[in-house]
Design a binder for this molecule. Structure first.
Ligand code: ADP
Ligand code: GLC
Length: 494
């Protein structure tokens, strides 16, 4: 009689990130790190999250102390951190690395004056605490998934034997931020010299923590297949394209998901009226509500409205958007923008709003409730990014039946299909040259489509259906494959 195979031990995954919704969110990384652990645990993994203990989290979330006074060496200094425990979702613990001088601040990465000057030290400390954590709490990961430069060091620490048997997977969300450590802080890194030359962290005389992640992970992920190709090229690779090419057999592009439990116009409590793919009548009330809130003229009930929700940084295509703004308004579009970021863009947007009352509205704030009113109430949603590793807002817009108008780069190219490229009916509009005239040209095609209700209805229905296919379950299954491959590499020495 054959004995039944022993039950497969669930994979244990520790996700290390510096933001995760709903505990603490600043951008798309927060959405990803909030949803992926939950999707992985639904697939049978034991998943936990680890975050810095920001003031924002401690102020609103109950927690227990899982470990006290864990020593972390930063150069000659022995710092003590506490490990707190809270929960991301039922069955998904979230550990918080508490070191008040580093993390008990109002911002996560910076304040009104810009990024904090000691970010390299704060996140070196966090990364060392992540690698130390399994020796102090009852959670020993098979795999650590680290995200972006802030946790890049974790991959080098694993390579250096910090947790024998634990594989490292590094996810690149944005190559535009290299996590540079100035020469005077290099002694804080605490790795043997062989990690600090050009084969390791060294990057033009400084150390890059993004490079640490890319060089030493067992497997690499980035957040779309197109971006996985783009970062092998010089202008998107930010100087690390050679290393990315060298490691490209380890690199996978996995498009982020839309958490339909959180981003669903049928259930979103922020909307004045709910609606669904089957019955979209409520969307008209959402548009009226948006116009009123943002002070756009009621005339725009009969004209298309273009929305934008974005960090106001050059990555997001603000330079061409600002040049195109007048041309967009000339097409008859009303425009609403919500964002925070660089002062130069803030001022330009404020000027446009002042010069075009009732036609152009800008709110400079981080306002999740208003962002949802824009996803629902606008007709078109603009993401003209210079580069975009994945992009989530175009997917949220699609889920809310609002057609994206995007530059075909990175994840925008992988998620939006333009009828111009033979997609029928298509889910949005795209252009390729980074040029205001091309943005306006794509917008003019969108306005034509809006004026033709059968075309528009078919496209919005298709966009809503398409958004439903970008589930976290789909992405989590792809991550799981990568985790198994990483473990085979780490444990098999492949
Ligand atoms: P990135 O991470 O590069 O900023 P993504 O499109 O991946 O871009 O994710 C941005 C996330 O942040 C989305 O959830 C978006 O709705 C949100 N967001 C950006 N700016 C604001 C804002 N001013 N108010 C509310 N939410 C915002
Ligand atoms: C980064 C990218 C964005 C991506 C997000 C989550 O912030 O800029 O394109 O969607 O990470 O992966």
């Amino acid at each position: 009689m054959s004995t039944p195979a022993p039950p497969k031990k669930p994979l244990t995954i520790l996700v290390a990130a510096t933001e995760a919704a709903p505990l603490a969110k600043e951008g798309g990384l927060g959405d990803v790190a909030g949803s992926l652990p939950v999707a992985l645990s639904a697939l049978g993994c034991q998943c936990a999250l680890v975050l810095p203990a920001y003031r924002e989290i401690l102020g609103k979330t109950p927690f227990t102390v899982a470990a006290r006074e864990v020593p972390i060496w930063m150069g000659p200094d022995r710092l003590l951190v506490d490990i707190l425990e809270t929960s991301l979702a039922p069955g998904v613990p979230a550990y918080l690395v508490r070191h008040d001088p580093s993390f008990l601040r109002d911002g996560k990465y910076g304040d009104a004056y810009g990024p904090y000057g000691d970010n390299d030290q704060r996140f070196l400390l966090f990364s060392k605490a992540v690698a130390a954590l399994p020796r102090h709490v009852p959670f020993v990961p098979d795999v650590i998934l680290a995200n972006d430069w802030q946790t890049g060091l974790v991959m080098a620490l694993l390579d250096n034997g910090a947790l024998p048997g634990t594989a490292g997977v590094f996810c690149i969300h944005n190559m535009g931020y290299l996590g540079l450590v100035p020469p005077e802080h290099v002694p804080l890194i605490g790795l043997p010299d062989r990690y600090l030359d050009w084969r390791g962290l060294e990057f033009w005389g400084r150390m890059s923590l993004m490079k640490a992640g890319i060089a030493f992970a067992d497997k690499l992920v980035t957040v779309s297949p197109t971006y996985a190709r783009e970062i092998r090229e010089s202008w998107q690779g930010a100087g690390l394209e050679g290393l990315v090419q060298y490691r490209s057999d380890r690199l996978h592009g996995i498009v982020n998901g839309v958490d339909l439990a959180l981003w669903n116009p049928a259930t979103d409590p922020n909307l004045v009226a709910n609606y669904s793919l089957e019955d979209r009548t409520g969307k008209t009330a959402c548009k009226a509500d948006l116009l009123e809130r943002m002070g756009l003229s009621g005339e725009f009930m009969d004209q298309p409205v273009l929305g934008m929700v974005s960090r106001l940084v050059s990555q997001k295509g603000l330079d061409i958007f600002l040049v195109a703004a007048q041309g967009l308004m000339d097409l008859g579009l009303g425009i609403v923008v919500l964002g925070t970021g660089d002062q130069v863009y803030v001022e330009a947007l404020r000027n446009l709003a002042q010069e075009n009352p009732g036609r152009f509205a800008a709110k400079i704030a981080f306002d999740p409730a208003l962002s949802r009113k824009i996803f629902a109430g606008a007709d078109l949603f603009c993401v003209p990014s210079l580069y975009e590793p994945c992009g989530l807002t175009q997917l949220y817009a699609m889920a809310y039946g609002t057609l994206p108008l995007v530059r075909a780069t990175g994840g925008l190219a992988d998620t939006v299909s333009d009828p111009r490229h033979g997609h029928s009916p298509g889910t949005g509009f795209s252009f390729t040259p980074y040029w205001a005239g091309d943005l306006t040209w794509a917008a003019s095609r969108a306005v034509d489509a809006w004026r033709d209700p059968p075309t528009w209805n078919a496209m919005t229905a298709q966009a809503m259906k398409s958004a439903q296919t970008f589930t976290w379950d789909r992405a989590a299954r792809q991550y799981l494959k990568v985790f198994h491959q990483a473990l085979a590499i780490r444990r098999g020495g492949a």
